[in-house]
Design a protein around this ligand. Structure first.
Ligand SMILES: *[C@@H]1O[C@H](CO)[C@@H](O)[C@H](O)[C@H]1NC(C)=O
Ligand SMILES: *[C@@H]1O[C@H](CO)[C@@H](O)[C@H](O)[C@H]1NC(C)=O
Ligand SMILES: *[C@@H]1O[C@H](CO)[C@@H](O)[C@H](O)[C@H]1NC(C)=O
Ligand SMILES: *[C@@H]1O[C@H](CO)[C@@H](O)[C@H](O)[C@H]1NC(C)=O
Ligand SMILES: *[C@@H]1O[C@H](CO)[C@@H](O)[C@H](O)[C@H]1NC(C)=O
Ligand SMILES: [Cu+2]
Length: 178
């Protein structure tokens, strides 16, 4: 009984939404519905513009920035996919008298050193003072996995502070026409 009632309410909602949606779509002024062949070029260029997009600029950690104890693996999963030429921005304050904590950005050469937080094998791409202001920008311009971490305290921030994540930028599905 109850289930049936809920079911019909659901159908009602779906129908209402699609009516509203249809009305809104059809009501765009000056743009009547037309699926004629002559419109196909137009449609493709619009679709292309929409999906191809500009490369994005993404702040690592969002409002949490680049700090000890935030789960960056989780952040990377939730913010995937990343695309070629997207820019990652690492924001962190340089150490000062009131804030003794410092961070940095390192890149591991492979998954194994990333998993072990083997900072000795990693390459520093930004030092402690580079995360201030607009932040440190890193462009994902190669089709390869990137293994990021904070290199501070010989891997402690990476291991215990969760300051590590991997991204593999994807190739955008559509390209802008010349
Ligand atoms: C198709 O589009 C072209 C320009 O894009 C226009 O010159 C032509 O008249 C159109 N043909 C029809 C049948 O609408
Ligand atoms: C799509 O991009 C082309 C050139 O890049 C531009 O001329 C056209 O106006 C764009 N279309 C839309 C719907 O933005
Ligand atoms: C961080 O997030 C990942 C992915 O969601 C999860 O597997 C892992 O357990 C988390 N780590 C901690 C310490 O919460
Ligand atoms: C990324 O940027 C470089 C340099 O601006 C450019 O040559 C390349 O075509 C771009 N790649 C993609 C996939 O957009
Ligand atoms: C020191 O860093 C903290 C946060 O990291 C910041 O709020 C504060 O303004 C900084 N102090 C100085 C003197 O730069
Ligand atoms: Cu750190």
């Amino acid at each position: 009984m109850g289930g049936k009632f809920v079911g019909s309410v659901m159908i009602c909602v779906v129908v209402t939404v699609s009516i509203i949606g249809g009305t809104m779509a059809a009501g765009v002024p000056g743009k009547p519905w037309s699926f004629g062949f002559n419109n196909s070029h137009n449609w493709w260029s619009r679709f292309g513009n929409k999906t191809q997009q500009e490369a994005k600029t993404i702040i690592v950690g969002g409002s949490q920035h680049w700090q000890f104890g935030f789960n960056y693996s989780d952040w990377a999963i939730k913010n995937a996919p990343f695309y070629l030429n997207d820019t990652l921005v690492f924001k962190y304050e340089a150490p000062n008298t009131t804030n003794p904590f410092q961070h940095s950005v390192y890149l591991f050469p492979n998954l194994w050193s990333f998993m072990k937080c083997d900072i000795k094998k990693a390459k520093r791409v930004a030092k402690a003072t580079q995360g201030g202001g607009e932040g440190f920008k890193f462009v994902l311009n190669k089709w390869q996995p990137y293994y990021f971490a904070c290199g501070e305290k010989n891997g402690f921030h990476c291991n215990n502070g969760l300051m590590k994540f991997a991204v593999f930028p994807m190739i955008r599905p559509f390209w802008s026409s010349p």
